[in-house]
Design a protein around this ligand. Structure first.
Ligand SMILES: Cc1cc2nc3c(=O)[nH]c(=O)nc-3n(C[C@H](O)[C@H](O)[C@H](O)COP(=O)(O)OP(=O)(O)OC[C@H]3O[C@@H](n4cnc5c(N)ncnc54)[C@H](O)[C@@H]3O)c2cc1C
Length: 338
């Protein structure tokens, strides 16, 4: 039975580095341990937080309930001549899984190189980067119902993936703990280099027929140059989602801002670049007390060392209000606020 500790600092467990405490904290590293915990009744009648790497969370106050840190490890695979099913424990570090797949020649997740966090959190917001989303490689996952302790396999269709969305963030919110995820990858590599920055970096490296290892290496280099490393400066990556608006709304805004950065989403909608909107409001690289935005990417809010969660949250409110006043676009937070 995993040991439940009291009054544990969550500072090492969130990439913003916010110094809050959890009233109760338990680290679960096996499925049996998870089952034991759920059947012990200790997870009942109190607020619960399932925690992976804490890289998509902003704590604004102490957590008064039980934090369940999921550390279930293990990666294995089953292959036929064409396809591979890779299974990883929810506590596996996401990038360790990407490295495993790339080094074994399993194609599909190389564009998702260096995204922080764990495998178990990857379906929650359908992580994505450089033209690929988790849903493109997701096969199924196993999860435990927090109330009943029963396990269930979720198929792709049951997860209702969308842009930074899944059923685990909506209708199933707070109901399940994912213990492992199965991924469907290819043995024959069809690399996705459609993203401008990838193409440019491949060109700079004089690589004309990239392997998945090349794409992974290029994505890693781009990310390191653009994003702050949470081990040196606290952050949770993109703080806001890119807003998706109707074509009619876009046309209206573009009348006043003809250089509005945008990408079509099907025939009826347009995705705006939240980072561009924030930058146009003069926020890129600004420092406000202990918080601010990253110098190379306005979409990333950072902790300059001693920020409180409240300070970061208030700053995000200011960004939302300013962007709304200028563009009439309401930014939505990607980061989970607690
Ligand atoms: C520098 C940086 C860059 C980033 N870049 C990207 C990017 O390119 N694309 C992208 O999509 N994201 C990005 N992120 C955000 C983050 O990496 C992802 O959201 C990641 O999936 C979070 O994983 P985690 O284990 O840290 O989750 P946590 O922050 O611990 O949790 C996130 C959510 O998932 C839930 N959760 C976690 N584990 C489980 C589980 N086993 N079962 C059920 N629920 C669970 C939590 O309760 C919470 O609601 C970035 C973050 C940083 C710091």
């Amino acid at each position: 039975m995993p040991l439940v500790q009291e009054n544990v600092s969550l500072k090492p467990y969130n990439s913003f580095g916010i110094p809050v405490n959890a009233r109760f904290f338990v680290d679960v590293d096996t499925e049996d341990g998870l089952q034991d915990l759920l059947s012990s009744g200790q997870a009942e009648n109190q607020e619960l937080l399932v925690l992976g790497g804490g890289s998509n969370i902003l704590f604004t106050k102490d957590f008064q309930g039980l934090v369940i840190k999921v550390s279930i490890r293990g990666i294995s695979h089953l292959a036929d001549s064409e396809q591979v099913i890779v299974t990883a424990g929810a506590g596996v570090v996401w990038n360790d899984l990407v490295t495993y797949c790339v080094s074994n020649g399993f194609a599909g997740m190389e564009n998702l190189t260096l995204i922080p966090g764990t495998v178990g959190a990857s379906p929650i917001q359908n992580i994505g980067a450089y033209g690929v989303e988790l849903k493109d490689v997701f096969h199924s996952c196993k999860a435990y119902n927090i109330k009943t302790g029963a396990s269930k396999a979720f198929t792709f269709d049951e997860c209702h993936f969308g842009y930074r969305e899944s059923s685990f963030k909506k209708e199933l919110k707070g109901q399940y703990i994912i213990s492992s995820v199965n991924f469907k990858l290819n043995k024959s590599a069809v690399v996705n280099t459609s993203y401008g920055a990838i193409e440019a970096e491949l060109l700079a490296r004089k690589i004309s027929t990239p392997t998945i290892a090349d794409v992974s290496s290029v994505v890693a280099a781009i990310r390191v140059s653009k994003l702050p490393d949470p081990s040196t400066i606290g952050n949770a990556g993109s703080f806001f989602k890119n807003p998706i608006i109707s074509v009619a709304e876009y046309t209206e805004i573009a009348r006043s801002f003809p250089d509005l950065v945008h990408y079509p989403v099907g025939q009826t909608h347009i995705k705006l670049a939240a980072g561009w909107l924030i930058e146009q409001c003069g926020f890129k690289g600004i420092v406000v007390g202990q918080t601010g935005t990253w110098k190379n990417q306005a979409l990333v809010i950072v902790n300059h060392g001693a920020a409180t969660g409240q300070e970061v949250y208030s700053f995000s409110e200011r960004i939302i209000a300013t962007v709304y006043n200028k563009f009439s676009v309401k930014l939505e937070r990607e980061v989970n606020i607690l």
